[in-house]
Design a protein around this ligand. Sequence first.
Ligand SMILES: Cc1cc2nc3c(=O)[nH]c(=O)nc-3n(C[C@H](O)[C@H](O)[C@H](O)COP(=O)(O)OP(=O)(O)OC[C@H]3O[C@@H](n4cnc5c(N)ncnc54)[C@H](O)[C@@H]3O)c2cc1C
Length: 354
Amino acid sequence: MADLVVAGAGMAGLVAAAEARRLGATPVVLEKLDRPGGSMRLSSGVVWRHRRFDRFRAECPAGDPLLQRLLFERLDHDLRWVESLGAPVVARDTGNDLTTGVRFDPERLTATLVAAAGDVRVSDPLHELPDSAPVVLATGGFGADRELLREHVTPEADHVMVRAAPGSTGDGLRLGLAAGAATSTGLADVYARAMPAPPARVQPADFVALSQLYARHAEVTNERRERHATETWSEVDTGQWMARQPRARAWFRVPEAALAERVRERSVGEMVEAAAAAGAPVRREVGHVTVETVAGVTTTLGGLAIDGHACAAAGVFACGADAGGLATGGYASGLAAALVFGRIAARTALGENP
Ligand SMILES: Cc1cc2nc3c(=O)[nH]c(=O)nc-3n(C[C@H](O)[C@H](O)[C@H](O)COP(=O)(O)OP(=O)(O)OC[C@H]3O[C@@H](n4cnc5c(N)ncnc54)[C@H](O)[C@@H]3O)c2cc1C
């Protein structure tokens, strides 16, 4: 008999179950899809935090400072715990001076966490809250649900690309609200990336490789030729803006001289060629190349309101993308939130000190 029910076998749910087992409990993880791992498996695997807390606050000013402080203070310790479970580290560097963290191989991280979580049941969604045990909601937010995106985020919801695991359709939000939970700040906020526009074909395994991360080197316009100036290193503002433009589209016009610029491991020119190879409309003129892109919604940033114990309602705990209000107004690591609050949720649900 399970003494903790966890909904969702993404990073947050698997971490919660692994932590529950460490404490001697017998959790069960229910997963809607036929595979565990959620969006973690499609991700770059970089679990990170801002190097400085004031920077985190400045970048995500409308986020809950208490939750942000917990993430900031606990992540390094929690990363060592993940390593102790056997997840091999690919790099101890994020490639960004503003942030610090660890890069894991997503497949091997998933396998490690599944082994640590114990009883993980795929193709077995949670439909109703159980009476028999506390529940941890870790269903990954609502980025894959066009109805909820239309209601909370953008009237252009039919046009955005879902750049996330398909199971994250707001089940945790619905179940939590029905149990008396409140919504967090920033329900309209998403983390979105510019992706090659249709007719490009983008498979989930290519979400990272086909991201178009060069808004800062481009002139960005919408269908009405209105311009947008990127203001953040993460380009989260551009993704948010794109999601709300007509047909969620933007055109990135890049001067030839910028094609050699590097963004992380790739050059701008390589990203442009990847979009062209995938089938996106690419216009080549003398001195410029223009790529048509579409907003790829990756995670919702708003969700259930939680306190510092990851509690959303009596006996109901939320973590990962189901818990909103951490990165409101900006961008923070979704994997880090899943790790830190997955552990907190399990501890509180089992009556331990969070
Ligand atoms: C391409 C890409 C790259 C990314 N790169 C990074 C990165 O490098 N660093 C970073 O920090 N973040 C990154 N992210 C974001 C990060 O992957 C997510 O924020 C994080 O994985 C969310 O974890 P989660 O456990 O909250 O949700 P999810 O991973 O979405 O897991 C939720 C799980 O719950 C399941 N589920 C849904 N409903 C139910 C139900 N009713 N019952 C049971 N199960 C249910 C879903 O099927 C899913 O498996 C990336 C995301 C993508 C898509």
